[in-house]
Ligand binder design. Structure first.
Ligand code: FPP
Length: 241
């Protein structure tokens, strides 16, 4: 598997924690806790198999609208997650990145996130991009505002704006295009995730609820991805020549 993964950017919409808990007549937050455990397994598996980039949708900008007890629980879970996984992330040579508006994340957790990014910035293994307080539309909006400022300051002319200019001004410009987007729980939506970078991503939907998504499920998604023919707008004949 290792060789097959080292150039890939896999993004995951980890959906179904609430339904997983409901099926067991448990509170939703128990589902999130189980989701956190599934996440740990998938990160370890991805790092061990030399995946290049793993982007995970941990908390969307829209998730702030959930009941305040659930939001508080998720923030607490995030805080514990960073503390618990710190050693594993650094020891496994993982480079940790965050995409999103982290100014809204509680200060103590935000400081920890920034410190972890700083401490792992020279790591050369898996790039783990955690989307937190993230909105794909806001990412593009922020990018437009940055480029507009460059134009106003005469640092770039409108004619010289290219796709590269846009990529350079997205969150974490080093992130490549997404190759495979996985969404669990049977929902077939993009939900505002990584809008610019999923332009040619292969989409993989599974009915498995996120807390039940394990290494085997991840490998199944990769196997399916490997069967897809990525034409990027070209014909089959062009790809063969
Ligand atoms: C979607 O399930 C999941 C989330 C909104 C949060 C994802 C969080 C985790 C996987 C836990 C790890 C979290 C952190 C912060 C490290 P849902 O609640 O929308 O499920 P439902 O659609 O079945 O209700």
């Amino acid at each position: 598997m290792a060789e097959a993964l080292e150039n890939l950017h896999v993004a995951i919409i980890m959906d179904g924690n609430g339904r997983w808990a409901k099926k067991r007549a448990l509170p939703r937050v128990v589902g999130h806790k189980a989701g956190g455990k599934a996440l740990k397994k998938i990160i370890t598996h991805a790092a061990k198999n030399h995946l290049k980039v793993l982007s995970i949708y941990a908390f969307s900008a829209e998730n702030w609208l959930r009941p305040k007890e659930e939001v508080a629980f998720l923030m607490q879970l995030l805080d514990e997650y960073i503390i618990d996984e710190w050693a594993s992330i650094t020891e496994n040579n993982i480079k940790f990145l965050v995409s999103g508006n982290i100014s809204l994340i509680p200060e103590k957790t935000r400081d920890a996130l920034i410190k972890l990014m700083e401490e792992t910035k020279n790591n050369t293994g898996l790039i783990l991009n955690m989307a937190l307080s993230y909105s794909g539309q806001d990412e593009i909006l922020d990018c437009v505002k940055k480029i507009s400022t460059f134009v106003l300051n005469n640092e770039i002319s409108i004619e010289n704006i290219t796709k590269e200019t846009i990529v350079d001004n997205l969150y974490n410009k080093e992130l490549p295009e997404v190759d495979l987007l996985i969404r669990t729980s049977g929902e077939k939506r993009i939900s505002n995730f990584m809008l610019w970078r999923i332009s040619y991503a292969e989409l993989y939907f599974t009915d498995v609820l996120w807390p039940d998504f394990d290494e085997n499920e991840f490998d199944n998604a990769i196997k399916e991805y490997k069967k897809r023919v990525r034409r990027f707008g070209k014909t089959d004949e062009q790809l063969k020549s």
